[in-house]
Design a protein around this ligand. Structure first.
Ligand code: HEM
Length: 101
């Protein structure tokens, strides 16, 4: 198994807006080969931001990488960033993990 997490630093006061953006998104994950699970995680609030992570579980690194090159990925990100730039303290940070146990 393989886990890809993207960490987002969200400006204080914009948390609900960020969550709503994810709740109301048109998801394209169902049926993607090797996709297992998705969670949007809200982490600790710091003085200057609240941490969120998009957490996705895949059968393998290969299935994750294939998704990043797919039409489903492109469609899911057609509106990412851009108009909502005020929400973010900076670009998201991607972290990938091989599941050991
Ligand atoms: C390889 C890197 C990335 C990974 C692994 C990733 C992961 C994901 C996943 C799993 C979804 C849900 C897709 C669905 O439901 O069909 C998603 C949507 C989204 N991603 Fe990414 N993402 C990446 C790059 C980025 C970047 C660079 C941004 C820049 C802000 C971003 C922002 C978003 C947002 C805001 C959404 C959902 C909302 C919408 O519909 O607009 N992602 N991402």
């Amino acid at each position: 198994m393989f886990i890809a997490m993207n960490r987002f630093r969200i400006a204080p006061g914009h948390e609900a807006e960020f969550e709503e953006l994810w709740r109301s998104r048109e998801s394209h994950l169902a049926g993607v080969p090797g996709f297992r699970e998705f969670h949007l995680l809200r982490g600790p609030g710091e003085a200057d931001h609240t941490l969120f992570a998009s957490h996705s579980v895949w059968e393998s690194r290969e299935s994750f990488e294939a998704w990043t090159k797919s039409d489903a990925f492109r469609k899911a990100h057609a509106n990412a960033g851009g108009a909502n730039r005020a929400l973010y303290l900076g670009p998201p940070r991607l972290e990938c993990f091989e599941v050991v146990l």
